[in-house]
Write a protein that binds this ligand. Structure first.
Ligand code: GDP
Ligand code: IMO
Ligand code: MG
Length: 429
């Protein structure tokens, strides 16, 4: 039995898409279990770049892909992704993509509220992706959400849209000073969408549990990152779902004993898109050069990603929050040519070392990173495929990460393409 969860260890965009695409070759089913199209997962295959926001990153390996009940799905975006794949000659039918009947639908009013709220908040905004993710999870928690099973029942759908809009339109108009939405227009548009997606909608927990019983291998694809987790992240500068590995069980409807391994993906440095604390953020030319060399722009919103040194306080947190069985280090090539590289080994708060990541943003704002400096390497490592061929200083950097986090490194990524990878331990073999 081999069922593996892939999660981000930092603030998202660690390169999860590339790693899921790579490992999907050895899996039978790939499942997204949380988040929505706030995610942007990139893979480069045969020189072509693909970015998926909702479709699991196993689709190019022609594996059964599943969107779990824990995901909030904007059906318009999903259809666009399906159409784009179709144009490229990749037909995704109900055998290739299944959507949980219990997954919640991101509605036009969720997007409108997300935008209007951020605008109203001004400087105090979160810096969301504006995709309606927060308002959608909010409705799920307050039991006003619309699930895919409701979307495909025209009477239930109509009733729910009308009931929701009564309240949302009042809120949009009177509190957010924003445009109201017309229920009939939404109902008409979504009835058409429902017809197109109907054949993909199913009870995915039954499908996944049956596959596990048959000995099939499942890869669970996380979105966002550990420090964007609604409970464990830098609240309130977080997303609205649990991003950590435990949520693979809730978001797909399986028991925890089925998970056999959890890989945490970490960039060789740190990035963050959107607002919120970032202790190792760089405001100098090194930060700028990492941003440029790493093409650090959000795959969803195109915003510049903030860049900084690797923070092992974050990684150590990620190790226990997710129960990591291994680490994947990505974008190591971006550090090529730096004279020296810093690693944050802890935080200093009011002259004392902090042992744990603080929950208080006030405390975090006053934390100073404690750095260790390691020599860099002048070589271009993009073409290296074996660990022993890496420059000694690169190996020293990796060893130090492994030592600090007490976790072994299973995969090292040295370029965006599928094959620009050093695999030390494949979790499926
Ligand atoms: P995700 O959200 O975790 O899937 O990550 P994103 O796709 O948002 O961002 C990662 C970016 O880094 C993408 O543009 C990838 O193509 C790219 N990438 C992934 N791994 C590597 C690597 O090892 N080296 C380089 N140079 N780029 C990489
Ligand atoms: P992937 O899966 C990076 C960030 C947003 C914002 C915060 C809340 O590609 O790693 P939201 O729209 O979720 O309410 O925004 O979370 N965020 C991400 N940052 N990568 C992501 O996904 C993200 N998804 C959300 O920038 O700071
Ligand atoms: Mg991304």
């Amino acid at each position: 039995m081999s069922n593996i969860v892939i999660v981000g260890t930092q603030w998202g965009d660690e390169g999860k898409g590339k790693i899921v695409d790579l490992l999907a070759e050895y899996a039978d089913i790939v499942v997204r279990f949380q988040g929505g199209n706030n995610a942007g997962h990139t893979m480069v295959v045969n020189g072509k770049q693909f970015i998926f926001h909702l479709i699991p990153s196993g689709i190019l390996q022609k594996k059964t892909c599943i969107i779990g009940n824990g995901v909030v799905v904007d059906p318009e975006v999903l259809l666009e992704e399906l159409d784009r794949l179709d144009e490229k000659g990749i037909h995704v039918g109900p055998d290739e993509l299944q959507i949980s009947e219990k997954a919640h639908v991101v509605m036009p009013y969720h997007k409108a509220i997300d935008h209007a709220r951020e605008k109203k908040k001004g400087d105090k905004k979160i810096g969301t992706t504006g995709r309606g993710i927060g308002p959608s999870y909010e409705d799920k928690a307050t039991r006003r959400g619309i699930r895919f099973i409701d979307l495909i029942d025209p009477d239930v759908f109509r009733e729910k849209v009308n009931a929701n809009l009564e309240e949302k339109n009042f809120y949009l108009k009177n509190y957010l000073s924003s445009e109201t939405l017309n229920p009939e227009k939404i109902i008409e548009q979504y009835n058409k969408i429902a017809k197109r997606l109907e054949s993909h909608i199913t009870n995915i927990s039954v499908v996944i549990n049956r596959a596990i019983k048959e000995g099939k291998k499942i890869l669970f694809e996380g979105a966002q990152g550990t420090h964007l987790d609604i409970d464990h992240g830098t609240y309130p500068y977080v997303t609205s779902s649990n991003t950590i590995a435990g949520n693979a069980c809730c978001g797909a409807g399986i028991g925890p004993k089925e998970i056999t391994g959890v890989l945490g993906v970490a960039k060789a440095y740190t990035t963050r898109v959107g607002l919120g604390p970032f202790p190792t953020e760089l405001f100098d030319e090194i930060g700028d050069s990492i941003q440029k060399k790493g093409s650090e722009f959000g795959a969803t919103t195109g915003r510049k990603r903030r860049c900084g040194w690797l923070d092992t306080v974050l990684l150590k947190n990620a190790v226990y929050l997710n129960g990591l069985t291994g680490l994947v280090i990505t974008k190591l090539d971006i550090l090529d040519g730096l004279e020296s590289i810093k690693i944050c080994t802890g935080y200093e708060y009011k002259g004392e070392a902090l042992n744990d990541f603080p929950a208080s943003l006030k405390v975090l704002a006053e934390c100073k990173p404690i750095y260790e400096t390691l020599p860099g390497w002048p070589e271009d490592i993009t073409n290296i495929r074996e660990m022993e061929d890496l420059p000694q200083n690169t190996k020293n950097y990796l060893n130090r990460i492994s030592e600090m986090t007490e976790t072994s490194i299973h995969i090292v990524s040295v370029g965006p393409a599928r094959d620009e990878t050093i695999v030390l331990k494949n979790p499926f073999l």
